[in-house]
Design a protein around this ligand. Structure first.
Ligand SMILES: CC(=O)N[C@H](C=O)[C@@H](O)[C@H](O)[C@H](O)COP(=O)(O)O
Length: 229
């Protein structure tokens, strides 16, 4: 399926991810989660690893934004760090690839612009979603030709704003100044926060943990109950 970015406008993208230390780890679980998200009205799914992407692609009819978290010793970058991971998720059927678009040292030593050029050369049909942590990184990603930017990494780089809720201000400034598709992502827990992001100019809103990590959802309720005791 060739993805049409416009189909995401004003809508929710559900991030269905479970790492190997999580109870729902496994492609079957993530495919079921994606089916639930589709039934609930999601416009797209964001998914990690070739195995999960392939299973989700088979299970649903929505576009899939793929990423591949892989840790290399010599680099802090773990969201789709090199062309090797891009290749695997493209082969698994991702329509768009999400990757770390910070300027930090990449494991293969490539600059961000060289990395993007390499993806374009090998996969001209693949849409690019730049995961950023700051305004400057977002503008840079658009300048480098990425189709969309997501606020995924705000609060997850040492130099970005650290906060417990979503970075609505980053959404507002990036969407306002670029006039391009900016996805709000990271620590969005409620429909009200979702609305705040859309009102700030988000093109689409990505919700992960609040929908797809039951252990964290349980923890919030348990914490509230414990606070009452
Ligand atoms: C920082 C990082 O590695 N973020 C990852 C990116 O794919 C995922 O672990 C998040 O779950 C995703 O961004 C959605 O965010 P939240 O789960 O807060 O709704």
């Amino acid at each position: 399926m060739r993805m049409n970015l416009a189909s995401l406008q004003g809508r929710i993208i559900v991030s269905c991810q479970a790492l190997d230390n999580e109870p729902l780890y496994g492609a079957d679980h993530m495919a079921a989660m994606a089916r639930a998200a589709e039934a609930g009205g999601a416009a797209a799914i964001r998914a990690n690893t070739p195995a999960d992407i392939a299973a989700i692609r088979k299970a649903i009819n929505l576009p899939v934004i793929g990423l591949y978290k892989r840790v290399y010793e010599q680099s802090p970058i773990y969201i789709t760090p090199t062309i090797t991971e891009v290749r695997e998720i493209a082969e698994a059927g991702a329509d768009m690839v999400a990757f770390d678009a910070t300027n930090r040292q990449r494991p293969d030593g490539l600059s961000l612009s060289a990395f993007i050029a390499a993806i374009r050369l090998e996969f001209p049909g693949l849409l690019l979603l730049a995961d950023v942590s700051t305004f400057e990184e977002g503008i840079q990603a658009f300048d480098l030709g990425c189709e969309a930017v997501s606020t995924t990494l705000s609060g997850y780089t040492p130099y970005s704003k650290q906060q417990s809720g979503p970075d609505v201000e980053l959404v507002r400034s990036l969407a306002g100044l670029s006039g391009r598709p900016v996805f709000a992502e990271g620590r969005i827990w409620t429909p009200e926060e979702c609305m705040a992001c859309l009102n700030a100019g988000a093109y689409a809103v990505v919700v992960g943990t609040a929908i797809t990590r039951p252990q964290e959802i349980t923890r919030r309720f348990a914490h509230a109950a414990a606070g009452r005791a």
